[in-house]
Ligand binder design. Structure first.
Ligand SMILES: Cc1cc2nc3c(=O)[nH]c(=O)nc-3n(C[C@H](O)[C@H](O)[C@H](O)COP(=O)(O)OP(=O)(O)OC[C@H]3O[C@@H](n4cnc5c(N)ncnc54)[C@H](O)[C@@H]3O)c2cc1C
Length: 509
């Protein structure tokens, strides 16, 4: 049995929400994946009288498409959409049947107005928590616009195709046979990438803000809410609303919430922010800050926003090792997200660079999937917590190398090894392997600020206890500052401090 009793009971409830008939067009082979796919399709058809099935030949076998009766939607699943993709399947069934999606009408109109032919293909793994957002966004776009089609391809079921395209990170999206992008993307991000987002003209007539927050992670969201609660004009510009939290799986230290998941917390943040009528300018990147009469923030699209005060909360990003081969082989064997990309290295040899908590957690995770994991730690000892180290050392397929300074990532069209300097013996050694997971911490997103704002030698913005920077009227909060600890709750606290600091500054000036 493919679906257990609990899942079947849940599924039965969802299927009752279908609003019309749908047709599953099934392309079957003789392999084991086909067998599982047919069991799934049969179960669905048995559970709902609205689901009809037809045997056809599709571009890939095994696969099935989800269609309205008499009209193809372009939504296809190649492989068996279970695991994290089960929700994508359920949503596709409901939305194709006519059930309205929970997406802003503005976004729906934007999708419907897209002209042209767009054939999307997304390569995923069933254990990737970043993939369903992308699959669901592309499916919805296919359902709403007849010019758009999308096929989800389970990399594990189409190994040859994945190998031939050198795909070593999921999700990887192709548009009209060309690489379109990778990693978690929201529907708005996909639309912006397609060039359908707002341009500078939409920002030119905006009145100056009292508080303009740059960055939409927990620090920025908290700062904006605290500012807006003072009844002052507040805006947020964010390259990607949610920040690092969007890439976080389980969160168990957000006090008063025992367990949540990143995207869920981001959805609550967004709802809370929208409740206060804050002007949210998502998918916009700031590139310059200058103080004139007011403080000016210039965006990548050329628009200039003005404000009496600014709160910088641009957070941090993965730190690169900075050795030859790292940039060249990114997504060709060099990866940063073990949860997402681990399954693509099944049965292969990988290294984890970094022996802190995230590196050791990654190594433990990967050891369950890959053939062998080598942990490379620069220092003489691992920095991870003792419990994690105990677990790591108990695993039979893990080697830990200390005093190892990574020198080069080698390969031809993809990674084939890593060279490191043994800092004790001064010898350079080389390990043959297929994948490298970089886990050496974070770097603040402050390079765009130029010389105006004082920073530490690590690039962190220096703030006082009111969150004020050296430039009057400019405040900062969260992971982009010199706060010693980088956590969600700490970022939110410092966002609140910066907003109150900015309000105080405004009423005194
Ligand atoms: C994998 C992972 C797991 C984690 N797990 C936990 C956990 O369990 N518990 C916990 O408390 N913490 C956890 N953290 C840490 C936590 O996510 C961060 O401390 C927190 O997100 C920092 O919030 P922030 O708002 O300062 O920055 P970020 O979350 O980094 O947000 C920065 C924001 O600024 C935007 N931005 C950046 N540059 C620009 C620009 N030039 N213009 C416009 N916008 C810009 C970004 O798009 C984003 O919206 C985890 C982090 C990671 C990476």
């Amino acid at each position: 049995m493919l679906l257990d009793a609990d899942i079947k009971a849940q599924l039965a409830q969802y299927l009752q929400l279908m609003e019309g008939d749908i047709l599953l067009k099934v392309s079957e082979g003789t392999d084991e994946v086909t067998r599982d796919m047919l069991i799934l399709v049969d179960e669905l058809a048995t559970m709902s009288p609205n689901i009809k099935v037809e045997k056809v030949q599709l571009e890939r076998t095994p696969s099935f498409s989800v269609n309205r009766i008499g009209e193809d939607t372009g939504v296809t699943f190649a492989g068996v959409p279970l695991g994290h993709e089960f929700t994508s399947l359920v949503l596709a069934l409901l939305q194709v049947s006519g059930r309205a999606p929970k997406v802003d009408q503005k976004v729906i109109d934007q999708i419907k107005n897209i002209k042209g032919e767009y054939k999307f293909e997304s390569y995923i793994s069933l254990t990737c928590h970043n993939c369903p957002d992308v699959v669901q966004a592309l499916n919805l776009m296919s359902i709403l616009n007849p010019g758009i089609s999308h096929t989800m391809i389970d990399g594990a079921a189409f190994k040859e195709e994945v190998e031939s395209k050198n795909i070593m990170a999921v999700p990887t999206v192709f548009l009209n046979e060309e690489n379109f992008g990778g990693g978690r993307m929201t529907i708005e991000e996909i639309l912006a990438k397609m060039g359908t987002g707002p341009d500078a003209s939409e920002f030119t007539d905006k009145d100056p803000y009292d508080v303009l927050v740059v960055g939409g992670g927990p620090a920025g969201a908290s700062a904006a809410i605290y500012a807006a609660r003072k009844g002052i004009r507040t805006g947020i510009v964010a390259e990607r609303f949610g920040g690092q939290v969007m890439d976080t799986m389980g969160i168990e230290n957000f006090i008063s919430v025992k367990h949540t998941e990143g995207p869920k917390l981001v959805a609550s943040l967004e709802e809370h922010v929208k409740d206060y009528g804050i002007d949210v300018m998502n998918l916009q990147r700031a590139k310059r800050l200058e103080k004139k009469d007011l403080i000016e923030i210039e965006l990548e699209n050329g628009a200039v926003l003005k404000s009496k005060t600014v709160i910088l909360s641009t957070g941090a990003r993965w730190r690169n090792i900075g050795v030859p081969g790292e940039a060249e082989f990114k997504n060709k064997g060099v990866a940063y997200c073990p949860h997402c990309d681990g399954p693509l290295f099944e049965g292969k040899r990988v290294a984890v660079v970094g022996g802190g908590n995230s590196g050791v957690e990654a190594a433990i995770d990967l050891a369950g999937i890959v053939k062998h994991v080598t942990v490379l730690e620069y220092n003489a000892e691992l920095k991870a917590d003792a419990v994690l180290q105990d677990r790591l050392y108990s695993l039979p397929n893990v080697t830990v190398i200390k005093n190892a300074q990574t020198k080069e990532i080698t390969g031809t069209d993809k990674v084939n090894g890593i060279s490191y300097l043994d800092r004790e013996t001064e010898e350079v050694r080389h390990i043959e392997l297929e994948g490298i997971f970089v886990q050496i911490g974070l770097i603040p997103n402050t390079d765009w600020l130029g010389e105006t704002i004082e920073r530490t030698r690590f690039g962190e913005i220096i703030v006082d206890k009111h969150g004020a920077t050296n430039l009057p009227g400019v405040f900062a909060a969260g992971d982009c500052t010199d706060s010693p600890y980088k956590q969600i709750i700490i970022s939110m606290g410092s966002g609140a401090t910066a907003a109150l600091g900015a309000f105080d500054y405004m009423i005194r000036n």
